[in-house]
Design a protein. Structure first.
Length: 313
């Protein structure tokens, strides 16, 4: 394992789990945050928090850089201004990180950059054609174009001799952040919902495997280029809703139609009502062993942890 890891977005759902996991193994963590006091409260005194990359000296050893920061994609409608905000919130920091790498006496040996399965776009409602890391994007769809810009910017680090892993995340499930807690609260009340037809695929991954795959990319010199961070067991949104309800002893009783949501959300509704069948081919062929490959055991585990008040951080 690298000795020192620089993380952006370290106070976010994935970032704080990753920082805690690396810290337990003795890694030194440098966390970039605009709000240092709040970040120290979240991450603990053992994590060095900086507000500006200029606080990192040229001769400091930074073995790996993990870039997770960025504005939430699901939020305000994708107006032209919002689209630019989503792009800038990721690429501006990427450019700053690459400038830091140029300034360092020894650039990091690996740069892990967060992207998403939105790279593949949504060619149809169900997205039945399987996608792996070799599959093309869908130019003209914003979620695909956003990922393309993110990944192209991150690849500039390769010119410094730094290995770049572009992590294409599906929906990350955990009981301390992300989409699962709200969905679980609804399911516990018997309000688990099928979205539209429910036949659209729902790429997901347990937080333990999201962290595990980032670490795998850091440690494994063979990993470069795109990596799909999704579980190997694919499921549709209806299957996910049913399994989520079952994890709390409930049934699916509700269905939410697409038309009213699309009137409010526009193209952003694709994130909910369209999907792709995404396969983690790079992870599997490289020897990564998923801790949580199946949907039902994953959701049962998260429900049990919530019931007992235990988390992964």
């Amino acid at each position: 394992m690298p000795v020192t890891v620089l993380i952006t977005g370290a106070t976010g759902f994935i970032g704080r789990n990753l920082a805690a996991d690396l810290s337990r193994d003795g890694c030194a963590i440098i966390a970039l945050s605009r709000h240092a006091k709040d970040a120290r409260a979240v991450l603990g005194a053992h994590v060095r928090v900086i507000e500006d990359l200029r606080e990192v000296m040229e001769d400091e050893p930074v073995d790996a850089c993990v870039h997770l920061a960025g504005a939430r994609v699901i939020g305000p409608p994708w107006t032209p201004g919002r689209r630019q905000t989503l792009i800038n919130s990721r690429t501006h920091i990427t450019h700053a990180l690459i400038e830091l790498m140029r300034r360092l006496t020894r650039p990091p040996r690996v740069f892990v950059s967060a992207s998403a399965v939105g790279w593949y776009g949504c060619p149809d409602e169900q997205g039945n054609a399987p996608c792996d890391e070799s599959s093309p994007g869908t130019p003209g769809q914003f979620q695909s174009d956003l990922c393309a810009v993110i990944e192209k910017t991150a690849m500039q680090a390769e010119g410094l001799g730094t290995r770049v892993a572009r992590m294409r995340f599906g929906v990350v499930l955990g009981n301390d952040g992300g989409a699962w807690p709200m969905q679980a609260a609804m399911a516990r009340l018997g309000l688990a919902t099928v979205l539209g037809s429910g036949r659209q695929y729902f790429p997901w991954v347990h937080i333990a495997d999201a962290v595990g795959l980032i670490r795998f990319a850091i440690e494994n010199e063979r990993i470069s280029g795109p990596v799909n961070v999704v579980a190997p067991a694919s499921s549709t949104q209806a299957e996910f809703a049913e399994s989520l309800a079952q994890s709390f002893g409930q049934r699916v009783r509700l269905r939410f139609p697409e038309a009213p949501a699309r009137l409010c959300l526009g193209e952003m509704a694709d994130l909910l009502f369209k999907g792709r069948l995404v396969e983690p081919r790079v992870a599997l062929t490289s020897g990564y062993e998923f801790a949580w490959p199946g949907l039902h055991p994953t959701l049962a585990d998260l429900a049990t942890r919530q019931n007992h008040g235990t988390r992964y951080v």
